[in-house]
Design a protein around this ligand. Structure first.
Ligand code: HEC
Length: 127
């Protein structure tokens, strides 16, 4: 075999080893998640909810895809853990509190502090 061909085969082998090592290294690592950057300065809650697209599915008084802010605040009126429960629900999404419709997870859209900021406002009926 001419020597330049041997060299070529060896190079291809190296490339294959390199790529399989690289791929398996990637396979062992969790996919990099982009941390959510806090929105600074943070606008008033109504404007912030608009910016964060909550109002596509919610409004203050009427049920749309999601429950109205008033309905949420009425439901949790006497729940002392409402703020933390709902912060988790907003970040992780879910269904079943108001019906089968799914609230999409907001962890890529809000920091935990921002979720709490909106939840405190929602619990006042969005006023
Ligand atoms: C694509 C539609 C959609 C968007 C966008 C959306 N929601 Fe919801 N949301 C829902 C639905 C549907 C429910 C009812 C879920 C259930 O029944 O458990 C809900 C429920 C909620 C609840 C009550 C949860 C419970 O368990 O009682 C809160 C609080 C809430 N949403 C806040 C927000 C905030 C804040 C945003 C914006 C960051 C937002 N939502 C964006 C659809 C949406």
């Amino acid at each position: 075999m001419p020597s330049h061909l041997k060299l070529k085969i060896r190079l291809n082998l190296c490339t294959a080893i390199f790529f399989s090592a690289w791929l398996s290294a990637c396979g062992n690592q969790p996919a990099p998640t982009k941390p959510v950057q806090p929105t600074i300065p943070r606008p008033a809650p109504a404007q912030f909810a608009q910016q964060k697209n909550c109002l596509a599915c919610h409004n203050a008084t009427g049920n749309m895809v999601g429950p109205s802010w008033q309905a949420v605040s009425a439901k949790y009126k006497s729940d002392p853990n409402a703020t933390s429960t709902l912060t988790q629900k907003v970040l992780n999404g879910g269904q079943g509190s108001f019906g089968p419709a799914q609230m999409p997870a907001q962890a890529n859209n809000l920091t935990p502090d921002e979720a709490t900021y909106l939840v405190e406002w929602v619990l006042k009926g969005g006023q």
